[in-house]
Design a protein around this ligand. Sequence first.
Ligand code: C5P
Length: 232
Amino acid sequence: MGKDVIIACDFSSAADVYAFLDKFTGKKPFVKIGMELFYAEGPQIVKDIKARGHKIFLDLKLHDIPNTVKKSMAVLSRLDVDMTNLHAAGTISMMEAALEGLTRPDGTRPLLIAVTQLTSTDQERMENDLLIKEPIDKVVMHYASNAANAGLDGVVCSPLEAGKVHETCGEKFLTVTPGVRFADGDIGDQKRVMTPAEAKKIGSDYIVVGRPITAAEDPVAAYERCVAEFCD
Ligand code: C5P
């Protein structure tokens, strides 16, 4: 398993995502398809991008009763994606059911990654809205351990948490980290950010990069800069 840069293709239509991907002549970056594009265009967009030769992280963050998640994961697995995800808050039973659903008849399956606490949830909201009184770092590590115990491959987390996740869940447990910015770039609405080089140093396995690439004047050059800093 090599380190890789995943481009968050946060576009709202097929036309926009193809206009973006067409810039990458000869290169096939690993891409993340999220809810916006999936709900706008349906499963066909996943099949079409896959057919163009890209690896796909389908970021739909499932969270429902185990049986429903199991059956839905079986559908996503048939789309031949390379990585998908769910909320660890759905419990260990839900995560185990998801893995079962995801496993194809030949025994292969996409990587399955858990979301712990969203970075939009802070200590105050967790305590007041969710009635979870433990420190948020402890909650994140507990959810990561649950995911590891359920047999999942890793978690989505801040690059700042990647080292601790590896300490808690093992070096092979994957950390997929958004919140990446170039040292000389705009941080936008992200609060806690790291450069690709820092994310590499701290042990992230995959970085998820959106606007620093998609909104760059030269997206291909921005992607290559990420790869050079993170993978080489
Ligand atoms: O444009 P930017 O680089 O901020 O995009 C980051 C991507 O990672 C977006 O698709 C965002 O939804 C996703 N993400 C995140 N923070 C999380 C989980 C996912 O930024 N905690």
